[in-house]
Design a protein around this ligand. Sequence first.
Ligand code: SF4
Length: 179
Amino acid sequence: MKILLHICCAPDATTAYKRLSESNEVVGYFFNPNVQPEEEYLRRRAALEKLAKIWNFDVIYPEYDPQRWFKSVKGLEDLPEGSKRCQACIAMRLRQSAIFAKENGFDAFATSLTTSPHKDVKFINEIGIKLSQKVGIGYIPSVFRKQNGFLESVNYCKELGIYRQNYCGCVFSLPKVLI
Ligand code: SF4
């Protein structure tokens, strides 16, 4: 199958890409307008460019448009991490990935978000399946963190010298000392 892999960050992409590419053609899609500030977005993008170069795979980098993201979480800004704000954020990124996959001849889409131990994989897979039905494109449900997937990602990053961020991405998730 030809799969569009929504990549949230290079560390999470390691395990997800390795596992999916064992039996599929995989192209990355770095759609993350949730990441602030822009310097951090560029740092995460550069980390993925480095990984993609080492492992020799293609990644698409859509335009960085944080205003679009702020609109998608309007009214939810004050909610804590793991709340409806994160659900809206994840749904927005997966919706765009599903549409792009459909419009560009992919068989299915997937996301690297399930490598993280901090993410609600049940919600991610439920919304992935709903979008798949709505948009008319396949979705590959995953729990990449299983079978030591998260530990694997940490080890890949150490081995390859890939930057690992210390917060989820949006301005609301920035460590207090940095705000
Ligand atoms: S904490 Fe992470 S998942 Fe939640 S809204 Fe911010 S960037 Fe999105």
